[in-house]
Design a binder for this molecule. Structure first.
Ligand code: AMP
Length: 252
């Protein structure tokens, strides 16, 4: 079982390393998780991270961490306003933010990118960064789910204020209501999970991120996975599809 790194390198950027190191796997797994908001990418990233010993790299987590910063830079403050309204942060800021964290893309544990790339420009920028770093992407997993189920999932979602474990009030409730099973901290509802903001985020996904799926489909990297059923069922389905596409066995 992977001890799960504490992701300092991702949260602080630059050359900052992580306190806990990933397990060395024979073959690090490098994946992108795509899918509309609420499809369960964060939950799958946690499950896949443990199975494949890879770090969960979420750009949304980075912006939420920055929103707790008392003195964000003017560019970051503008980005956070955009995030609160449900829109997409500018490509430049997002790509610069990821570029400051290329050590995470080179990590011997591999990576699970969640929430990035979200536009064609970001996907092209990521290709350039990976080429430059000599790192090859294994696959891009696109989770798919009907809109009504997405809205239901988002409205019940709660996230741990400390370790970011994701729960759902109906589908995956914590043992003690309002508190995290793993670390005991309080659970929070995300600001951008309110219904009017959800609609803006869905529109942004349809317009900006659908072309990203097409981009990876052209590269032969896209694996479509129906996101129906329990988190465990979706996880098993994801592993089966990954195994079917992998040239070599996945890490275990
Ligand atoms: P997420 O947790 O991935 O749903 O991201 C939450 C919010 O952060 C999004 O609605 C955007 O405002 C912002 N965000 C995260 N990642 C990106 C990205 N790659 N491009 C643009 N905006 C992003």
């Amino acid at each position: 079982m992977n001890p799960q790194t504490t992701r300092e390198a991702w949260f602080r950027g630059g050359d900052q390393g992580c306190i806990t190191q990933p397990l060395t796997t024979a073959r690090p797994c490098r994946l992108i998780l795509l899918g509309p908001p609420g499809v369960g990418k964060g939950t799958q990233a946690q499950l896949l991270g443990r199975e494949l010993h890879a770090c969960h790299l979420s750009t949304g987590d980075l912006f939420r961490a920055a929103s707790r910063d008392e003195h964000p830079s003017p560019a970051m403050a503008a980005a956070l306003d955009t995030m609160r309204s449900g829109g997409l942060v500018s490509d430049k800021l997002v790509v610069d933010t990821v570029r400051e964290r290329t050590s995470c893309l080179r990590c011997r544990g591999g990576f699970l990118l969640d929430g990035f790339p979200r536009t064609l420009a970001q996907a092209e920028a990521l290709e350039t960064i990976l080429d430059h770093e000599g790192v090859a992407l294994d696959a891009v997993i696109a989770y798919e789910l009907p809109l009504e189920e997405i809205i239901d999932r988002l409205s019940g979602r709660r996230t741990c204020s400390q370790c970011k474990t994701v729960y759902h009030l109906a589908g995956n409730p914590p043992r003690k209501p309002g508190f995290c099973d793993r670390c005991g901290a309080s659970l929070q509802e995300r600001e951008d999970d309110r219904p009017n903001v959800i609609r803006v985020r869905m529109a942004a996904y349809a317009m900006e991120t659908q072309p990203v799926c097409a981009f990876y489909e052209r590269l032969g990297k896209l694996i479509r996975v129906p996101a129906t059923g329990s988190p465990e069922e979706i996880f098993r389905r994801t592993l089966e599809r990954l195994e079917a596409c992998a040239a070599q066995p996945l890490a275990s």
